[in-house]
Design a protein around this ligand. Structure first.
Ligand code: NAP
Ligand code: ZN
Length: 350
């Protein structure tokens, strides 16, 4: 099946309309007519070749929401599986081995045999995956999520990456009542981190480059908001947080942020800059602190996050754009000028 898409032809090149081939619907597959695709900063890192060599052309997009239009013969018809007409989502991965210890544990994103990314990855049939800036996608049913009623499709799309990427570490490190959580960077991931940590009952602080978005941050659920450009922030907040989730797409001064952790606290990097980061081990030793990383979340956890969002009335704050504005949206994300996720209206790809 040939479908319309937007692709980057080579590293750093603007995206342009194209057509791509989608595989036939196999026995375990679901064909999805895409309605919305979020723009994640990882799409931009990929298109710009920040993370090293990879195949081009690439159709980015791993925050996909759409409607099921066909299912394979082995995809069950009982409630809980995917049926024609269902509203569904696809995130950052479309397959994994299914039998390694991590897959069996529900951590498909850490598959020991390598999970298959939604784009720029080698699929199990040897083809290169292409993502959600497209009208249709065919995905293994086990990697398709149910979008609960009550969340608007455009607001749901970013949950598939920005939502789960912040939900998973917040849950893992126990964000909840009595915990002080800081979110560094109020972009796509950061604004979801604030909403989710607040809904979990934690006391939430935003650490942003400036106070420009303070009003928004407080409206999204933050209890406090500080500018990291102000050196007083780091003295005032020293030793304060149980958990800091760093969503910044560029390198940070790790030691400065570690100094904001209470004894036993953790600084968790979800931001994925190309450059290596360094730290002074005394920043850890001096407070039994941890510096960790986290990548998206497993499939069951992603469903749990979607259900949590529906229960708490949470969606992303989005600016829906036609596909021909994707390059402009990339420029604005790079300039930290996003409030708080661009989402492509896939109908404009046709
Ligand atoms: P985004 O919307 O661009 O948000 C990043 C925010 O970081 C910006 O809004 C800005 O917030 C802050 N920032 C940007 N440049 C900065 C700089 N030079 N110094 C200090 N702060 C800066 O990006 P996103 O889509 O949320 O993604 C953020 C990062 O997470 C990217 O590196 C992405 O690849 C990565 N990511 C990782 C995973 C994972 O599984 N670990 C999943 C998705 C994305 P303020 O304006 O508030 O300062
Ligand atoms: Zn992403």
């Amino acid at each position: 099946m040939r479908v319309h898409a937007y692709a980057a032809p080579a590293a750093g090149q603007p995206l342009a309309p194209t057509t791509i081939e989608r595989r036939d619907v196999g026995p375990n597959d679901v064909l999805i007519e895409i309605t919305h695709a979020g723009i994640c900063h990882s799409d931009i890192h990929t298109v710009n070749g920040d993370w090293g060599p990879q195949p081009f052309p690439v159709v980015p997009g791993h925050e996909i929401v759409g409607v099921v239009t066909a299912v394979g013969t082995e995809v069950g018809t009982e409630v809980g599986t995917h049926r024609v007409g269902d509203r569904v989502g696809v995130g950052c991965m479309v397959n994994s081995c299914g039998h390694c210890a991590n897959c069996r544990n529900g951590d498909e994103q850490y598959c020991l045999n390598g999970m298959v990314g939604t784009y720029a990855a080698t699929d199990r049939d040897g083809s290169t995956t292409q993502g959600g800036y497209s009208t249709h996608v065919v995905v293994d049913a086990g990697f398709v999520l149910r979008v609960p009623e009550g969340i608007d499709s455009a607001a749901a799309a970013p949950l598939l990456c920005a939502g789960i990427t912040t939900y998973s570490p917040l849950r893992h490190w126990g964000a909840g009542p009595g915990k002080r959580v800081a979110v560094v960077g109020l972009g796509g991931l950061g604004h979801m981190g604030v909403k989710l940590a607040h809904a979990m009952g934690a006391e939430v602080t935003v650490l942003s480059q400036s106070l420009k978005k303070q009003e928004d941050g407080l409206r999204l659920g933050a209890d406090a908001y500080f500018a990291t450009s102000d050196p007083d922030t780091f003295t005032e907040l020293a030793g304060r947080f149980d958990l800091i989730v760093n969503t910044v797409s560029a390198p940070i001064d790790v030691d400065a942020y570690l100094s904001l952790l209470a004894v036993g606290g953790a600084l968790v990097n979800v931001g994925a800059p190309a450059e290596p980061l360094s730290l002074n081990v005394f920043s850890l030793i001096g407070g039994r602190r941890s510096y960790a990383g986290s990548m998206i979340g497993g499939i069951a956890e992603t469903q749990e996050m979607l259900d949590f969002c529906a229960e708490h009335g949470i969606g992303a704050e989005v600016e829906v754009i036609p596909a021909d504005r994707v390059n402009e949206a990339y420029e604005r994300v790079l300039a930290s000028d996003v409030r708080y996720r661009f989402v492509i209206d896939a109908a404009t790809l046709r």
